[in-house]
Design a protein around this ligand. Structure first.
Ligand code: OGA
Ligand code: MN
Length: 211
């Protein structure tokens, strides 16, 4: 296999090979500790700062004219520009770029770019079961979520419920949104939902798009 490592801004080398293997075999992958704790802390701080200074808006379903603020999701989001000036956000974007290049090289997915946002679920917020591909926009090919929360427990709710079978009718898995964990999956294939969170729940959520 070709070199799948990527040096991040803090000189930590991330081995993407297990992620690529899982994507190739199963179409999805969960990796704890994908991002190092200091970077996760810096991203969480920046997320809270941008939220406190009013940058976020309520998330909706769909895009463009079809976008409606919906009862089905209670999170608030802030979209990132392609090259964010904040060092921690730039580091995250660099790691996502390394993932994009590796996926294209090894899995020939033809991913062109990443659209990503901070997501903040206030206590009580949830996101009902859905697929990540909008009816009016089929470019989303690969979802990549990185969580930014420390010491998450079952009592905190907010689990990602994920159906690994293509029909979404089999048993579901549940994952805690624990800081540094990467969840990535083919955007059009896997049903998932976010259970109601009982404390503030932070994530960086991204979608790699095809041409
Ligand atoms: C989404 C989503 C899951 C999560 O934003 O589309 O499904 O665990 N997020 O945050
Ligand atoms: Mn989703």
């Amino acid at each position: 296999m070709a070199d799948t490592t990527a040096a991040s801004a803090n000189d930590r080398t991330v081995d993407l090979a297990p992620v690529l293997d899982a994507l190739a075999t199963d179409g999805w992958c969960v990796r704890p500790d994908f991002l190092p704790a200091p970077l996760v802390e810096a991203l969480a701080r920046e997320c809270r700062l941008r939220h406190a200074t009013g940058g976020f808006h309520s998330a909706g379903m769909g895009s463009g004219a079809a976008r409606v603020v919906s009862e089905s999701r209670g999170d608030q989001v802030l979209w990132l520009e392609a090259h964010d000036p904040h060092p921690a956000v730039a580091d995250y974007q660099g790691q996502m770029e390394a993932l994009r290049l590796s996926v294209n090289r090894e899995l020939f997915m033809g991913l062109r770019d990443l659209e990503a946002h901070f997501a903040l679920y206030p206590p009580g917020a949830r996101y009902l079961r859905h697929l990540d591909r909008f009816r009016d926009d089929d470019r989303r090919a690969l979802t990549a979520i990185v969580y930014l929360n420390d010491a998450w427990e079952a009592a905190d709710g907010g689990q990602l419920r994920f159906w690994p079978d293509a029909e979404g009718t089999g048993p579901a898995l549940e994952f805690f949104p624990l800081g540094g964990t990467l969840v990535t999956f083919l955007s059009d294939r896997f049903w998932h939902e976010v259970l109601p969170a009982r404390r503030e729940r932070l994530a960086l959520t991204g979608w790699f798009r095809r041409r």
